[in-house]
Design a protein around this ligand. Sequence first.
Ligand code: R5P
Length: 294
Amino acid sequence: MADLDGLKEGKDFGIGIPVKSEKFFLKGSQALDWGMQHRLSQIFNPKSGNTVMLAFDHGYFQGPATGLERLDLTISSLVPYADVLMATRGALRSSITPANHKAVCLRCSGGQSILKELSNEAVAVEIDDAVRINASAMATQIYIGSEYEHQSINNLIKLIDTGYKFGIPVLGVTGVGSDMDRTAKYFSLACRIAAELGAHFVKTYFVEKDFEHVTASCPVPIVIAGGKKIPELDALQMAHKAIDQGASGVDMGRNIFQSDSPIAMIKAVRAVVHENETAEKAYEMYNTLKNELN
Ligand code: R5P
């Protein structure tokens, strides 16, 4: 029975004070439901507006790529420094402790391999399982201009519709086939298509020329993939330029887990993404941490 002793009546009703109404911080997300916005706030830091997503979902079509041979050995130690874990359900359940406070962006497409046409993907997770695994977002790839373009766009549409039923945002990933054009014009097209179809945020690649056109013409936040491993300073410069030109963070894999010092690298990336540190300062930080950790 509820304790009814000593109940105090309300008396301070703030008469005359207008009701507080805060604008949601994320680009293009003001009209979303509370649950969607709450999940997006687990992905994007409301203070910086940005995110460091750690991508280790490559195995779903590449198998045990360098740095991902043993997720328990290589990725577990990086988890504390990520805002979001971008991974498959298999990787999470088999190799990552659930005792962490990290948001999950669940890779929800699959069905192809590096041995065949990359765009031939299907939705590879039922929404029930995304809910079970406590996903803050679901991700699928669209391959604009590729053989299975329509099928991959259809996967995105299906995921967005099921995501709305349960309040789970969707990340539209702009996949590139081996012969695709990596230009601002191409990525503007791909990102805009994803956003217009309802993706709540979009992942794309940084391009040196006119990246601002890609971010400006996409009405929802953009995060950049890291791409293939490049020297640490170059990767930090890429992240800095992307943020400077309107990206809201990184979804970075190989440039972190294939680094000589992955923990030092993810910390340096965080400094760029969340504290607007210059790439050069962040690289100094990387070297200092690398020496300490070794
Ligand atoms: C690969 O297909 C995945 O979508 C990765 O999550 C993505 O490419 C980001 O990883 P990386 O920084 O290694 O490119």
